[in-house]
Unconditional design. Structure first.
Length: 443
């Protein structure tokens, strides 16, 4: 899954003819139905079938497998143009009194990728009913952009990969090593366990559900979990994407040792502890010496060298962020306080930490009561408190249509720009009546 499953916003566009061919959509809906029926509620005790829509983000036209107010029936499906208030992403949304799985059109043409995505988003639709809604803000897991955080996460990836490929004693030893790396990493950062568990609860469970519901054999499911590890280890940042790799890996290990484990998952679930229980392994204590010794079994020298080189590049990157967000003029939009109508989508692979200040997003769309902000190729800083988003000012800003390097924004009537009294040469959005629209806008 490429886009994060937070509610999303996309700018409205005028429809130009039927964007989604009904025959192709019907084939994908049928594939979804077959997979749901095959699962029969085995994974979660409830059906993964339900309302689903495919949406063309360029036109906002959607094809639905269920009725909705204003939708026109065409054969067994329904077509509607979604209003601008409905966010567009691979996600689950509330629309017309129902909860829908939403997938952006076109779907992947590779059958395995398509089927996993269909069932991944089906999990997100039933997630609230399972009482497994995500916790934690979008700006979490910044430690996974540090040199140490990345080293020990990559070590965990490698140990999990070995465990998936092995059996018996070799698998057990690799699980012990994965847990050793996991525990040691989390010991280095005070909030790591809670923040990592939150994303694994959300995307780790979703991706593992997609794999288990889409693929019929353990061999195929393990292959998909290994592919997720290999794919996501290459991500430029792990801050928002690591759980797409760890979740399926731990899930397949759990499937092999304790089928039905999903029925006991609660919001305080920890994949590592669950696997330790299933394999009757004592969770290792945090121990730097033992962690470094185990690292050598998994290409440790190469990981250390690569991450040292990356750390140098990050230092250069952070100097740029300092110039943009701390020293230079900025424009700040609120994300909390009295304005809670927030819709956001982003690419989880394009998120980097700016230590002590929050996370920088390079592909981001936000909609709120003040209007819309779209970042396509620039930098936007969401602060650690998830209360404000800031973009660099790179030219004059006037009126309600705004733009800078790699970003653009549209303010709604009544909202305007005002001088930011907390930062020299900077601006902030203020609400109608001249009230500051921010909760806390410092980066």
């Amino acid at each position: 899954m490429v886009l994060a499953t937070f509610a999303a916003l996309a700018l409205a566009a005028e429809p130009v003819g039927p964007a989604i061919p009904l025959q192709a959509a019907a084939a994908d809906f049928h594939a979804h139905h077959v997979l749901c029926e095959r699962d029969g509620g085995k994974l979660w005790g409830t059906s993964l079938c339900g309302p689903m829509m495919f949406v063309d983000p360029a036109t906002r036209q959607a094809v639905l497998n269920d009725s909705a107010p204003g939708a026109v029936k065409e054969g067994s499906l329904y077509r509607v143009t979604l209003p601008a208030t409905v966010g567009l992403a691979n996600t689950a949304v509330e629309y017309a009194g129902k909860r829908w799985s939403m997938l952006l059109w076109p779907l992947p043409r590779d059958k395995t990728d398509r089927d996993i995505m269909l069932m991944h988003e089906s999990y997100h639709r039933i997630q609230p009913a399972l009482r497994l809604e995500p916790t934690g803000g979008v700006a979490a897991n910044a430690h996974l952009d540090t040199e140490a955080g990345r080293i020990w996460l990559r070590a965990e990836f490698h140990a999990l990969r070995t465990a998936l490929e092995a059996h018996g004693h070799v698998r057990r030893q690799a699980i012990v090593d994965a847990l050793r790396f996991r525990v040691y990493r989390r010991s280095l950062f005070p909030h790591a366990a809670a923040e990592e568990d939150a994303l694994e609860l959300n995307e780790g469970l979703a991706e593992s559900t997609g794999i288990d519901a889409a693929l019929a054999t353990p061999r195929a499911r393990i292959a998909a979990a290994i592919e997720d590890i290999d794919h996501h280890e290459k991500d430029p940042s792990y801050v928002r994407s690591f759980a797409y790799a760890t979740g399926p890996a731990y899930a397949e290990l759990l499937d092999a040792a304790e089928p039905g484990w999903r029925r006991s998952v609660t919001r305080d679930f920890d994949f590592g502890k669950a696997v330790a229980r299933a394999y009757h392994i004592a969770v290792p204590e945090a121990n730097a010496k033992l962690a470094h010794a185990a690292l050598q079994r998994y290409g440790g020298n190469a990981i250390l060298k690569q991450e040292a080189e990356r750390a140098k590049r990050v230092a250069i990157r952070n100097r740029r962020y300092t110039a943009e967000f701390l020293d230079g003029p900025t424009l700040t939009f609120p994300l909390s306080g009295p304005l809670q109508d927030l819709r956001i989508t982003f690419d989880p692979r394009a998120v980097e930490s700016f230590a002590g200040h929050g996370s920088v997003y390079h592909v981001l769309t936000i909609g709120s009561a003040w209007g819309t902000l779209s970042v396509t190729s620039g930098d936007a800083l969401i602060n650690s408190a998830f209360s404000a988003v800031t973009v660099p000012i790179t030219g004059p800003l006037h009126g309600s249509t705004l733009a800078g390097r790699g970003w653009s924004a549209q303010l709604k009537p009544g909202f305007e720009l005002a001088r930011n009294g907390r930062k020299k040469n900077s601006l902030e959005v203020i609400a109608p009546g001249g009230t500051p629209a921010h909760a806390s806008s410092s980066p």
